[in-house]
Structure formats: structure tokens, C-alpha cells
Design a protein around this ligand. Structure first.
Ligand code: ME8
Length: 511
């Protein structure tokens, strides 16, 4: 049977030498979703990349005394290095300076121009350079950019426009009939009430005030607006308007665009309207997540609360950081990142609940049975709750993952591990071991624990893959697929366990 496809994207990031934990957040969540879908048997295409054109980059390159291309080349390397250290399993990394992307964007622009969806006009307006966004007077907050609070400047120039207004009614109709397109619900209402209903204006889609962008082929003093360039990444990467569109035919429409809340507007208004103009299907879901903030404020170098995410990885390990990002913030809401909470999570969830459980279970089986896995046939009533919870865990996790409630999914797994710890306290294997005629029962208690740990590790592969691997090695099992967790019998009687090793060291709480 042909596998079902799943196309998931992160935004393409502005190249930066200072990626912070907030940037990692979207990508870690997307990675967990991609890994989960792969384990669940989907043919996944997971894409990320960098958004490299625009005035901001041109200015920064000038300051640094290099060409824009030299400037971005250097920092794109930084993004790839960061994703590697976080274990991000992307299938494709797009750069908007890739030649095939640039050519396809030009073709898209030409097509829209030829069919009358793009026309020449004059732009007068207020522009925020850091956000690459145009605003109307009424959208400003205290006369400043409503997104970043910085000064906007008046710009007047001959420019091309995209007929966004033409798509207003179709867009409202589409959003109404596709309740899953914009999630969470609050963001959908915000888009409809604050942006679409007041009336969409045509969008200025070219610039002449700078040159670092993709030129309009038939009027090259214009470069294409960076958001038009950027949004199309989701299809140019698949070969749309390119030499080979096999991937496009296979993977489009995207199943999920994961984006931060401040760019939902671009992904749920401009992008769908462009796709309608191109006569292409719309993405199935756009999910706008909240921000990670530090002490209630933005993460920024100038505020002195910035730390390179690789420093956390060096100090606490990659899975600790991944776990924290996935577990701490209910996906969708804003959340506070704090190193103190990270340490608390490591100690309570990873070192105690998970690590200690794995360690003492394997140690007990080594001590009482020389590491050999015993039969799990000698069940008693007290086992039922744990075994049932483990059997239903996959379906419950799946439901949460479908709703993109990643934090809830991780919590469900952690709750089963808690149950395992309680099961040890309730059954007291060390006491059973003292009774000569209870060897078989002792074997079953340990079997139940080992199999429960294995099932949790199979599911944890999506979230903390390095740790899951370590658990499999300690359990000495090759049964790591989702298929193996249905019947509570994946761990094999007669096999010998590996050597128990500490998964997470407790960390001394910092004041
Ligand atoms: O917006 N917490 O790029 P970008 C959570 N190039 N997420 C955060 C965050 C934080 N503190 N800071 C940033 C762009 N992000 C465009 C996208 S897509 C066609 C073009 C998230 O580098 C932010 O919300 O400014 C966004 O989703 C992503 O990082 C990239 O932001």
C-alpha cells in the first residue's frame, strides 16, 4: 500500500548570527511532529530554511562591509549548525537565494502579471524595515509599527500591486467552510475580524528603493517584495514552476504550516490569496503558536537575556532542551522560558521519573534474574491499571498529536512512567524477591515494567530521540516501531538486558 504523505513546514528564518531559544521552539515542535508521523507510517517531507532577501539584510551586509550574499552565506551556516545540534530531522533546507527558487518566483510573478492579478501602480505608505511590513495609519500603535514597536517611515514609489482585494470574498468563504485552516480558533477570529472583514487592500509587491531581492524580469529595477518571495518557498522547493515537479505533485498541499503568531496574517491571507490566483489548493492547516519569552519580555541580545541555545545543549544535553521546549508550554500559548524551570524539569521529569525508573528496573532484573527477561504470564489484579494504561497510550498520544497538543502528548507518556514508579512502590519487588516460591510473580512484575518502559521509549522517539535510543540499548531491544506497541508483548522473554546507565544526571538547582 502506498504510504500517506505528510508535508510539514516551519517558517523560513531570517538568517541571523543570534538565533535564540525562541527560534528553536517552532523547529523543535515541527521536528517532533515530523518524527511522530514518520513513526506512524507516513511519507513525511519536513522543510525548513532561510529567508535571505530584503532591505534589512542589505543594510546589515553594508555595515559588515561584505556583499549580501557573503553575509547570508556565513550565517546560514549558523542555522544549519544549530539545527544539527538540536537533532532537527528536516528533509529539505531551502534558501531563498537558491537559483531554482529565484527562477520559480520570477515565473510566478510573471504568470500573475500576465493574468492581471499583478498590476503597476504607485505606492504611498508607511513601512517598517525590520518587519518588512507595510502599514496603514490606522494600524499603527502610538504611531509605531504594531508588531515590533519601532519607527515606520513614509515611502512613495512606483510599484506593482497584487489584487488581494479581489480574493476577499473567496477567502472568507474558504475560511468559513474549512474550520481547520487557521488554528488555534482565537487566531482565526483575529484574522477575520481584525484584517479580512475591515476590507483587504491590494498589496504592494515590488520595491525600487533597494536591490537585494529577486528582480522582476520585465522591469528589473523592481525587486519582488520579500514576503511574496518567502511564502512561495513552500512550493518552489517541491519543484513548482521548476524543471521537475514530481515532489510538488506528491506533497502539495502542505498538511501543516507551523508559524509564530505574528506571521499568521501572511500565511492565512496573502498566501491563500496567492494560491487561489495560481489556481492551486490551499494548505490544510496553518497553526500559529505563541512566543517564548524570558521574564515576561522578548528575548534579545540588547536586553542581556540572550543565550546561544547551543550553550544550554552543552550544559544539559540536547534532549533536556527538546523536552523542555515540548513539555513546558501548552502549544499555542505564550510561555516563559527560564533556566531554573529547565533544571527543575530535568530533575523531576527526566532524572527522577524517567531515568531513575529505567535504571532501577534494569538493575533489579539484572540482580534477580541475571538480566534475563522472564515470562509476563503471571499477572495479578494489581497489574491491570498499568497494563491497560500502556495499551491505550498510543491512541491517546495520537489524538493529542492530531490536535497539535504536543505538550499534552508528552505529558501522557510521562504520566504512564509515573504509574510505573507507583507500581514499583505498590508491588515492592524487593519484598517479593524474598519469597522463594514467588520467582515467577517477580519475573512478571519486572516484565510489566520493562515492557511499559519500552512502549514509552517507542513513543518518546518523536520527542527525545537520543534518550529513546539509549533506552533501547539498555533494554537490548530492536522492537522500536509503532507496530510493536499494540499487544504488550514487544519485549522478548529469554533475551538478556543491556547494562544500565544513567540517562540524566540530577542537576544542582541554581539559585
Ligand atoms: O518571520 N518564541 O522569520 P523570523 C517563539 N522570515 N517563536 C519565535 C520567537 C520566540 N521568542 N522569536 C521568533 C520570519 N520566533 C520570516 C518568515 S515564512 C514564509 C517567512 C519565531 O526569523 C517566529 O514566530 O523572524 C517565526 O515563526 C519564526 O521564529 C521565524 O521568525
Amino acid at each position: 500500500m502506498e504510504k500517506k504523505k505528510y508535508y510539514i513546514t516551519t517558517p523560513i528564518y531570517y538568517p541571523s548570527a543570534n538565533f535564540h531559544i525562541g527560534h528553536c521552539y517552532t523547529t523543535i515542535v515541527a521536528d517532533a511532529l515530523a518524527r511522530y508521523k514518520r513513526l506512524d507510517g507516513y511519507d513525511v517531507f519536513f522543510q525548513t530554511g532561510t529567508d535571505e532577501h530584503g532591505q534589512k539584510i542589505e543594510n546589515k551586509a553594508k555595515e559588515a562591509g561584505v556583499t549580501p550574499k557573503e553575509y547570508v552565506d556565513k550565517i546560514v551556516y549558523n542555522a544549519k549548525d544549530l539545527w544539527k545540534s538540536l537533532g532537527i530531522s528536516y528533509d529539505y533546507f531551502i534558501r531563498t537565494t537558491d537559483e531554482n527558487h529565484e527562477k520559480a518566483v520570477q515565473k510566478i510573478f510573471n504568470k500573475l502579471y500576465e493574468q492581471g492579478d499583478i498590476y503597476m501602480g504607485e505606492y504611498k505608505g508607511l513601512y517598517c524595515t525590520p518587519c518588512e511590513s507595510f502599514w496603514t495609519e490606522s494600524q499603527l500603535v502610538d504611531g509605531k509599527c504594531p508588531d515590533c514597536g519601532r519607527e515606520v517611515k513614509e515611502v512613495s514609489e512606483e510599484a506593482y500591486f497584487f489584487r488581494l482585494s479581489k480574493y476577499q470574498d473567496r477567502l472568507v468563504e474558504y475560511i468559513d467552510s474549512h474550520p481547520e485552516l487557521i488554528l488555534p480558533e482565537t487566531r482565526k477570529n483575529e484574522m477575520i475580524n481584525n484584517f479580512i472583514k475591515p476590507g483587504l487592500e491590494d498589496l504592494c509587491v515590488s520595491r525600487t528603493s533597494f536591490t537585494w531581492g529577486i528582480p522582476v524580469t520585465f522591469n528589473p529595477k523592481h525587486v519582488i517584495y520579500v514576503w511574496i518571495d518567502a511564502l512561495t518557498n513552500y512550493i518552489t522547493s517541491l519543484g513548482y514552476m521548476g524543471e521537475d515537479d514530481t515532489l510538488f505533485k506528491k506533497y502539495w498541499p502542505a498538511d501543516l504550516h507551523l508559524v509564530g503568531k505574528e506571521i499568521v496574517r501572511f500565511h492565512t491571507i496573502i498566501w491563500p490569496a496567492m494560491l487561489m490566483a495560481l489556481d492551486l489548493p490551499l494548505p490544510k492547516k496553518v497553526f500559529g503558536h505563541g512566543w517564548l519569552v524570558i521574564n515576561g519580555g522578548k528575548i534579545s541580545k540588547s536586553l542581556g537575556n540572550y543565550k546561544d541555545p547551543r550553550e544550554y545543549i552543552k550544559e544539559y544535553g540536547v534532549d533536556a532542551l527538546r523536552y523542555y521546549a515540548l513539555r513546558e508550554v501548552p502549544f499555542g500559548s505564550d510561555g516563559v522560558f527560564s533556566e531554573e524551570n529547565l533544571v527543575t524539569r530535568i530533575n523531576t521529569d527526566l532524572a527522577n521519573n524517567l531515568g531513575n525508573l529505567v535504571n532501577r528496573t534494569i538493575s533489579m532484573n539484572n540482580k534477580y534474574f541475571d538480566g534475563i527477561i522472564q515470562s509476563g504470564e503471571f499477572r495479578e489484579e494489581i497489574d491491570k491499571d498499568l497494563v491497560d494504561s500502556v495499551k491505550s497510550l498510543k491512541a491517546e498520544v495520537e489524538e493529542k498529536m492530531e490536535e497539535l497538543k504536543v505538550s499534552d502528548a508528552v505529558t501522557l507518556i510521562m504520566d504512564v512512567l509515573k504509574k510505573c514508579n507507583k507500581y514499583i512502590d505498590d508491588t515492592a519487588p524487593w519484598a517479593i524477591a524474598k519469597e522463594e516460591d514467588k520467582k515467577e510473580r517477580l519475573g512478571t512484575v519486572l516484565y510489566n515494567l520493562l515492557e511499559s518502559i519500552r512502549v514509552c521509549a517507542v513513543l518518546l522517539q518523536a520527542f527525545i530521540p537520543t534518550t529513546a535510543e539509549k533506552i533501547f540499548a539498555q533494554l537490548n531491544t530492536k522492537e522500536t516501531n509503532f507496530d510493536s506497541i499494540e499487544n504488550f508483548n514487544g519485549i522478548k522473554v529469554g533475551d538478556k538486558l543491556g547494562i544500565p546507565e544513567i540517562l540524566f544526571q540530577r542537576i544542582e538547582e541554581k539559585k
